[in-house]
Design a protein around this ligand. Structure first.
Ligand code: HEC
Ligand code: HEC
Ligand code: HEC
Ligand code: HEC
Ligand code: HEC
Ligand code: HEC
Length: 292
C-alpha cells in the first residue's frame, strides 16, 4: 500500500479511513512479525543444523537420534518402519520397502517429522503432531486408559492432554519431560508440570510425580517376583497349569506388557495402571494356588 492510496482514502471519508488505518496497522504488525521471524522458503534446504543449531543439539541428545542403532541384521520391515527415516517415510507413503542395506539407513531425524516447504501443517510436520507420535508410540492407550483385557477403561485427569503439551514445552526437542525434581533444573526454569499447574510449588508438583511412580513400583515389584517364581516352576514342570490357567497367565502378561511398553511408570495414568495390576494380582493368586 502506497502513501498516495493512503491520502486518497483519507480524503474520501473519515470513518472508512479510520477502519483502513486500523487495517494498515494490523498489516504492518503481521508484516513485522513475519520479518522478525524471517521464515525462508524451506523447499530447497537439505541441512537443518546450520540454522536450527539449538533444535539440533536437543534432538542429538534425544533417543530419536539413536533410533536406528537398534536395527540389526535380524530386523524386519516392521522394526525399520519405526526405527529409520527411510522405513518411516516409505510406511507413511503406504509403500513396501526393500530392507536391503538397512544397517546404513538414517535415524529418525528432522526430515522424518518435518517436510519444510511442502507441508500444510503450521509446524511443517508430516502429520499433525498427535497423529505423528501415534505412528510409532503406543502410550496413548495408557493415557486414555483403555485396551487391557478384562480391565475396565479408566481415564485420568490428564487423559485429554496431548503428548506435546508435556513432552515438548517450548518445542523442546529432547522430548523428555522436564521433571520438577530434576536436581539440574535452575530455579528460574519451568518444569513440565508448571506449564499448567502454576499455583502450587515445585516441591508439591515433584511430590505428585514421585508418589505416582512410588505407588506404581510398590504394586509392580511383588507381581514381577511372583511371575518369576511361576516361570521357574512351570519351566521345571511344563504341565503344572491347566489350559484355563495358562490362558489367564498369558492375559496377565499381555496386560502388564502394555504398562512395560508405556514406560512412564504410572505417570501417564496411575489409576489405570493400578486397575491392571490389581486384576493381575488376583489372577496370579489363583495361579499360585494351583501350583502349590
Ligand atoms: C538458511 C537457514 C535455514 C535452514 C537451512 C533451515 N531453516 Fe527452518 N527456519 C529458518 C528460519 C529463519 C525460520 C523462522 C524462525 C524460527 O522459527 O526459528 C525457520 C523456521 C522453521 C520451522 C518452523 C516453522 C514455523 O512456521 O514456525 C521449522 C519446523 C523448520 N524451520 C524446520 C527446518 C528443517 C526440518 C530444516 C532442514 C530440512 C530447516 N528448517 C532448515 C531457517 C532455516
Ligand atoms: C510401531 C513402531 C515400532 C516398531 C514396529 C518397533 N519399534 Fe522399537 N521402539 C519404538 C518406540 C516408540 C520406542 C521407544 C519406547 C516406546 O515408546 O515404546 C522403541 C524402543 C526400542 C528399543 C529400546 C528399548 C529400551 O528399553 O530402551 C529397542 C531395542 C527396540 N525398540 C527394538 C526394536 C526391534 C528390534 C523391532 C522389530 C522387531 C522394533 N523395535 C519394532 C517403536 C517401534
Ligand atoms: C519426532 C519428531 C520430530 C523430530 C525428529 C524433529 N522435530 Fe521439530 N518439531 C516436532 C513437533 C511435534 C513440533 C511442534 C511442537 C509443538 O506443537 O509445540 C516441532 C517444532 C519444530 C520447530 C518450530 C519451533 C517453534 O518454536 O515453534 C522447529 C524450528 C523444528 N521443530 C525444527 C526441527 C529440527 C531442526 C529438527 C532436527 C534437528 C527437528 N525439528 C526434529 C517434531 C519433531
Ligand atoms: C518414526 C517413529 C517415531 C515418531 C514419529 C516419534 N517417535 Fe518418539 N521415539 C521413537 C523411537 C524408535 C524411540 C526410541 C529410540 C531409542 O530408544 O533408541 C523414541 C523415543 C521417544 C521418547 C523417549 C525419550 C528419552 O530420551 O527417553 C519420547 C519421550 C518420545 N519418543 C516421544 C515422542 C513424541 C511426543 C512424539 C510425537 C511428537 C514422537 N516421539 C514421535 C520413534 C518415534
Ligand atoms: C501429563 C503429562 C504427560 C502427557 C500428556 C504425556 N506424557 Fe509421556 N511422560 C510423562 C511423564 C511425567 C513421564 C515420566 C518421566 C520420568 O519418569 O522421568 C512420561 C514418560 C514417557 C515415556 C518414557 C520415556 C521417558 O521419557 O521417560 C515416553 C516414551 C512417553 N512418555 C511418551 C508419551 C506419548 C507418546 C504421549 C502421548 C500419547 C505422552 N507421553 C503423553 C508425562 C506425560
Ligand atoms: C498441558 C497441561 C498440563 C500439564 C503439562 C500437566 N497437567 Fe496436571 N492437570 C491438567 C488438567 C487440565 C487437570 C484437570 C483439571 C484439574 O483438576 O485441575 C490436571 C490435574 C492434575 C492433578 C489432579 C488435580 C489436582 O490439581 O490435584 C494432579 C495431581 C496433576 N494434574 C499433576 C500434574 C503433574 C505432576 C504434572 C507434571 C508431570 C502435570 N500435572 C502436568 C493439566 C496439566
Amino acid at each position: 500500500m502506497t502513501n498516495s492510496t493512503h491520502r486518497k482514502t483519507t480524503g474520501i471519508a473519515i470513518v472508512p479511513a479510520v477502519v483502513l488505518a486500523a487495517f494498515t496497522a494490523l498489516f504492518h504488525m503481521v508484516g513485522f512479525a513475519a520479518q522478525e521471524k524471517n521464515i525462508p522458503d524451506h523447499s530447497s534446504f537439505t541441512d537443518c543444523q546450520a540454522c536450527h543449531a539449538e533444535k539440533f543439539k536437543m534432538w542429538e541428545a534425544s533417543k530419536h537420534s539413536e533410533a536406528s542403532t537398534h536395527v540389526t541384521p535380524k530386523s524386519g520391515a516392521d522394526c525399520i518402519g519405526c526405527h529409520t527415516a527411510e522405513g518411516f517415510a516409505a510406511r507413511l507413503r503406504g509403500e513396501k520397502f526393500d530392507p536391503a542395506g538397512k544397517e546404513k539407513f538414517n535415524t529418525i531425524s528432522c526430515v522424518s517429522c518435518h517436510k519444510p516447504g511442502s507441508s500444510a501443517n503450521p509446524k511443517q510436520l508430516v502429520r499433525d503432531s498427535e497423529k505423528l507420535c501415534d505412528e510409532c508410540h503406543t502410550q496413548r492407550r495408557v493415557l486414555e486408559g483403555k485396551g487391557a483385557t478384562g480391565v475396565k477403561d479408566t481415564r485420568s485427569f490428564h487423559s485429554a492432554l496431548t503428548c506435546v503439551s508435556c513432552h515438548m514445552p517450548e518445542a523442546n526437542h529432547y522430548l523428555k519431560v522436564i521433571r520438577p525434581d530434576d536436581p539440574d533444573l535452575p530455579e528460574d526454569r519451568l518444569d513440565t508440570c508448571a506449564r499448567c499447574h502454576k499455583d502450587n510449588s515445585r516441591k508439591a508438583r515433584a511430590k505428585h510425580l514421585l508418589d505416582w511412580q512410588a505407588f506404581y513400583k510398590e504394586a509392580m515389584d511383588p507381581i514381577n517376583a511372583d511371575l518369576a517364581a511361576i516361570s521357574a516352576a512351570t519351566k521345571e514342570k511344563p504341565d503344572l497349569l491347566n489350559a484355563g490357567l495358562k490362558a489367564k497367565l498369558s492375559t496377565v502378561r499381555a496386560n502388564l506388557f502394555i504398562l512395560q511398553q508405556d514406560a512412564s511408570r504410572g505417570a501417564h495414568n496411575l489409576d489405570f495402571a493400578l486397575e491392571i495390576m490389581s486384576q493381575a494380582s488376583k489372577d496370579i493368586k489363583e495361579i499360585k494356588a494351583a501350583i502349590k
